[in-house]
Every structure is written in C-alpha cells, then in structure tokens.
Design a protein around this ligand. Sequence first.
Ligand SMILES: [Zn+2]
Length: 82
Amino acid sequence: MFYPTPSSKLIERLSKLPGTGITNPTRLAYNTIDMSGEDVNEMAKNLLTAKRELTYCSICGNLTEADPGGSCTEETRDKSTI
Ligand SMILES: [Zn+2]
C-alpha cells in the first residue's frame, strides 16, 4: 500500500516500538494525523519531556525523575533511621 512520505516515516518510526506489528503503527499514525495540531504538539512536548526528565532507578529499575527514585530514597532513609 502506498503511503505519503510523512505518514510512511511516522509508520516506520512507530513500528520500531516493541510489540507492534504493521497494523498497529499504521492505525496509530492515522489516529495521530487525525488529531488536532494542538494535541499533536502537546503529545510531542510530552514525549520530549519524558525523554529528557525520566531515567531508571539504579536500585529498583522503575522509571523515576531522580536516581535513586523517591521510594528507594525513602527506604534507605527509613533503614538508616531505625
Ligand atoms: Zn527505586
């Protein structure tokens, strides 16, 4: 099937996500294209912010804004207090 270049690039990029076949990325791309410009802009900002501000906790492996994460920092503090 022929897709215009901008949509084929979006489909190709989405298909690199784990667990996606070819149908889901195509559906995601078309749903994204159907969104308002404001919603797409907000989603793009959310992606960039998440990429920039999140990391994995070196103790538990959960996503966190700081390493070690808040719950691991509290556990360490609680153990040292006891
Ligand atoms: Zn942690």
